[in-house]
Ligand binder design. Sequence first.
Ligand code: GCW
Length: 668
Amino acid sequence: TGDDGYRLWLKYDLITNVPKRQAYAQAAQFIAMTGNSPILKSAADELQLGLTGLLGKTVPVVTSAAGRKGGIVLAVSAGAGGSAMNNEGYQIAINAGNIMISGKTDAGVLYGAFALLRQMQTGQPIDRLSVTSSPRVQYRMLNHWDNVDGTVERGYAGQSLWKWYELPERIDPRYRDYARANASIGINGMTVNNVNASARFMSAEYIQKVAAVASALRPYGIRVYVSVYWAAPKTLGGLKTSDPLDPQVRAWWTAKVKELYQAIPDFGGLLVKANSEGEPGPQDYGRTHADGANMLAEAMKPYDGVVIWRAFVYKADPNGDRFKAAYDEFTPLDGTFDKKVIVQVKNGPIDFQPREPFSPLFGNMPKTPLGMEFQITQEYLGFATHMVYEAPLFKECLDADTYANGKGSTVAKVIDGSVHGYARTLMAGVANAGSARNWTGHPMAQANWYAFGRLAWDHTLSSETIANEWVNMTLTHEPQAAKRITNLMLKSRDIYVDYNTPIGLSRPWTGVHFAPEPWQNRSPRPDWTAVYYHKADSLGLGFNRTETGSNALAQYRPEVRAQWENPETCPLPYLLWFHHVAWNKKLTSGRTLWAELCTRFYTGADSVRWMQNEWGAVKSAVDPGIYADVSARLATQQREAIWWRDAWVLYLQSFAKQPVPAPFKQPE
Ligand code: GCW
């Protein structure tokens, strides 16, 4: 028994600190909703729900403050916040004895309402509030990789949230709670279906279903997008081709987009995975990504929607380097995309590895808005069993300097438009939410959903600030315990990297992306084997991407290259990404490569024991249901960390031909 985690970070349990509760109650005696719209109503409803829980009494919603003091006033006004605030921003200030939440739009007010609740949930004072906040990125989206049959590609939290067989008639009440959770962190868009898309989502039947989902999310300021199966004109429309330059194909998409907007007036747009991993695309007809994207953009022209075109492409070239593929295909197209197109780029050049250098596309497409694609679901981070707090991973990429426009041209500043002046800005996260009672399988994985949204709103927030907020809202208010859990979260990603892919290793798996298979050397494609990535041999380990190797480093600015191209000075976390290093080479740590690898694998696995101890120490401060769930998952993680360690050590030892250094014990 205990908390089932359903309420996520929106718990609103009674505040047990009585003076604090009384102070809040004093300042929140009524909610004045001046104006009326479904989104404003959501804001008022949420405040009422939250305050009722936190304060233990019902706070009335009224239509005007009518000269009263001591309440919360919600107001939409075009001038709110002045020019410093954008359309979705909010201001919270004390005005005539009330807490005034204002925005230029009702969505801004909704975000402000959640911000005020967060203030109370985290125990901050509210009597002298003066906050102005605007999202730094315009399109803040989740991408669901959900299929028609209810399965979720790379989903580890049960079946899909979207019950296609019940829609459009039945709206699962969960859709609203999903919308609340997203709105609370500022997410304003979502794609309902997998990028490996079924053409069915373009059928009249499914458009009605998607429209029903959209109607549940609309009152929370969330727009719905759909992933497109490129060959739909052929498979669904019965045309002979899906060539983007064919007039019939163009007419088909124009009509389809019109149909979508008739059903969903605020439809967000289309997301496309084309000519990637066997999916069809414009290249099947000798056309480019830009030809394809621009054709869809033309169909979207009458509407306020966008085309999001993914840059996750790589060809099966046994002599090539997959690292270079997206840059090679996309940079020549810079400047040729329609204004409605955003190109969505994964954070790293390969594929959501536990640690990757930033994608060299960032900073190299000045004329094409590039959006960020992060993966929240833990495809390569231990599914729903390992505890990995992802904010440090997101931040490492966002804070990396591309030097595109001189020092300080961070990836974050490319994404938010400040480096190249992009007209549209986007951050997307591949969702980790499913129909599991607690949404994310691992209770701690809720923090990754939360962190993604907070960073999409404001990438300058620190991983620690976000973790601390989440812990206080979700797990405990006990300061020592909250500190301990925050610290545990902050260390969890590096611990995972240590036992999984230390010093710049990547992709030691095939198949299900979970089990260690560094020996895997057979596959229909060379770049779908494990040996392709680590290149272990009798001399050493790692992928030479310098001039004497694939020269992928040439895709970065000289300043970035300089950090990584010299094996003597390349930071250890990135070393094997760029260099083939001899087993006995002395590293900057003072250890040989082999000794350093062993040290990482062993300390990483041992650190999971430390995680277990730390979690054990907070037992009395967290809910027993959540405590037990996390404890059990940590025990699994501990067992699996050793499995990873031993698989790697034994495999690499067959090349390094050296004993495991003391004090570590040779695996059996
Ligand atoms: O990470 C890989 C996944 C695929 C995924 C693909 C992509 C949706 O293993 O499952 O397909 O990337 O991002 O397109």
